[in-house]
Structures are given as structure tokens and as C-alpha cells.
Design a binder for this molecule. Sequence first.
Ligand code: ATP
Length: 411
Amino acid sequence: MKLAIGVDDTDSRKGMCTTYVAALLAERLRRLGEVYELRLVRLNPNIPWKTRGNGAVAILAEVEDVDAALELAVRTVEELAETGEEGTDPGIVACEASRSERLRRFYDRALHGVVSLEEAERIAELERCWTHRLKTGRGVIGALAAIGAELSAHTYELIAYRRRENWSKPRQVESASVVEMDRATKHDTFNNLDPETGRVLITPRSPCPVLYGIRAWRREVLERAMRMVRAGEAIERYAVFKTNQGTDAHLMEKDMAAVEPFTSVIVKGRVAAEPRTIRGGHVIFTIEDGEAALDCAAYEPTGSFRGVVRMLRKGDVVRAFGGVRERRRLTINLEKLEILELAEQWVHANPLCPCCGRSMESAGKDKGYRCRSCGERADSKIRRRVERSLAKGLYCVPPRAMRHLTRPCAA
Ligand code: ATP
């Protein structure tokens, strides 16, 4: 039978990673049959109770002995999950791996909105899925969504894991080798490095079993890329996941008035006033469309992206991309910004001499303007158009501040 097993919520801020549980479980399932896909599915990035990147996993396998497969899944999750930590509430779901519209719609809702555990359980029951909960079992939500995920647009991630004795130690990955790997595979891999700071992005910062993860548009390049990365510690195992990372799957085009908190949106609007920089270096501006208004924020970690935002002027037309938070008013936490129209900017300046073309000087209070060399005169200031230094186009936050789901601008 073709079986899909979804798992979620096994990790805490102190350790573990649900992808590691999947990698180990996949190896164990291979003793019972064939594992033909590992999925890493990122769900709504605006969920407040996520540990980090709101990732859930699914394993697709062809097995004869379903009971043995489910037993392995429970044993592996019980062995590895951080159930001693508050907020770690693992869930396992297993269904026959067939395309179901209802499951696909559930994935959509878990990607774009907030769903309840009751809803997940009801759908699991309707779909005749088997579920297993540890503690509150909230992970059933992510596990079911991972099974339902439609990855028509997808990328891949190879995740290399560390030996247990190294889990809490600093990671030994040679930066120069990541630079070389990035250069050699640059059309096929993404977000290996942050160009602005040179920071290596393939290594996480949490005390989890992941040594590094290489993201790619094409699966074929990943093993070659892995061989290029030099690590000063042993790789215990690795696994390649099919994912929705880097696909913009979370973003939905919305009218401004229909924007809701905890969703990720693309909204078109006109800049209502000059951007302002607030304490902490965050840059905020407001957009409006005649019916509603929204704040957009480029936070301090978005680095040079804030420079683009600061150059916006009242009247510019933009598309804002990002997750919605409720601050003073609804605020889009910007992931990208597309500048569609630039408003004309005018200044009042001294008139130009019709003879020599130079700027005239004031001839004294209420006496108009005069050219010092030619003696030409003029009564008043002129309005001059200012060239905008900002170009139309799409701008992204730098990779170090990018969400897993965001498609990089250069792609
Ligand atoms: P990591 O990425 O390191 O695996 P995480 O950020 O994925 O960690 P989890 O520990 O998986 O965080 O916690 C997320 C929890 O939120 C899970 O229990 C999952 O079932 C639940 N969840 C995911 N998406 C939604 C959603 N759209 N609505 C409600 N709950 C959700």
C-alpha cells in the first residue's frame, strides 16, 4: 500500500528538528518497503506558536505491513521528540497516499490561515486517516497539512545531520568551501550566503541536529554541492526533501480592505506619506487605496532593503509583499516590494539665466533674481523636477532576513 506519514511539532527551542525525525524514520521504513519521497512543508509563517520556521514533514512510502510502519513511526517520534519541553506537542498522521481535494484544501488553509486541532481531527476522520497524539497533539495540524501539500511549485533541500555528541557544540563548516560551492552551483542553489554580510546561511544557529541545509531549484545538483562543503565534523546522515520553500506559496493577492492578521499578502497601494524611521532603525510607511490604509514595515534586520524603502515618496504606487501583524494598525512585515510607479518630485529653485544657463542669485528682499555674470533678471523662483534615484522594479529583503517560503528576487 502507498502510505503517507506526516509528523510535526517534535522540536523545541532547546533541540531536535522534525526533519531529523523524518530522516531517521525514512531509513527505518526502508526496511519494510520503498520510501519514494520526503517532504518538508512550510506552513503559515505568521503562527505565533511556531518554534522557528513552521515546518512539518511527510514521508511517502510503499509498504506491505502498514501496522509495522505505524509502530515504527510512533516509536521514532517517542524516542526523539522533546516532549519534556512546554509547547512541544507532537502529532503523527497516516493516510493512504492518494490525491484528495479535501486534504489539499486543508494544506492551503494551514499555509494561509489559522486552523484548529478539532478541524484537523475532523478532516483526518473523514479521510480515514490514522492519527497519534503526544501531549495535546497539536502537531496533527501540521502533519495532516504536510500529507495534503500540493507541491506543484517546489524546490529541494539537502539536510546533513550531526552526530549526537556534537549537537550542542559550535558547527564546524568551512566558510570558504561554502563560497566555492555557491559559486560552482549558483544557478541551481539559492540562499547559501548573504551577499551583504558574507554570512554563511546554510548552517542554522539553533542547538539542533542539523549541520547544514543546501537549498536547490534542481534535485540533481545537491549531492555534488554537499561534496563541495568541507566540514570539520562527521556527517551522521543526510536526507533530500522536496519542499515549498522559495516558492512564494504563502502569498495571496488581496484588496487592502480584505487584509487580515496572521496572513501573508500581496497588496497594491499608493504611498500616503514619506517613510519614517522609528527607534531601532525600523522604517515604516503607509499605503492607501482610497478605501483602506495599511502600514508597511522594513525592520532593522532587513539591512540595505530599508534604504530602498526610505527613498519612497508620497504618491508612489507599490505592491507590498509580506506577513500581516496587528500593531497600532494592520502592518505588513515586508518581504518584497515592487515599485510600479514613481510620483514626480518638484522643488522650488532659483531661476536659470537664459544667457549662460547658470543659477541666478537673489537680488535682495523682494527684488527678484539676477545673473551675476550676464545681469539678466527674473521675478520669482521656478519649479524644477527632481530626478528620482529609485528605479521601478522588484526589491527583496537580503537572504539573511528572508523567510523560508519567500522566492528570492534573482530567481
Ligand atoms: P521547526 O521549523 O524547527 O520544525 P516549527 O517552527 O515547525 O519548528 P513546530 O514545533 O512545528 O514549529 O510548531 C508549530 C505548531 O503549529 C505545530 O503544532 C503545527 O501543527 C501548528 N500549526 C502549523 N500551521 C498551523 C496553522 N496554520 N494553524 C494552526 N496551527 C498550525
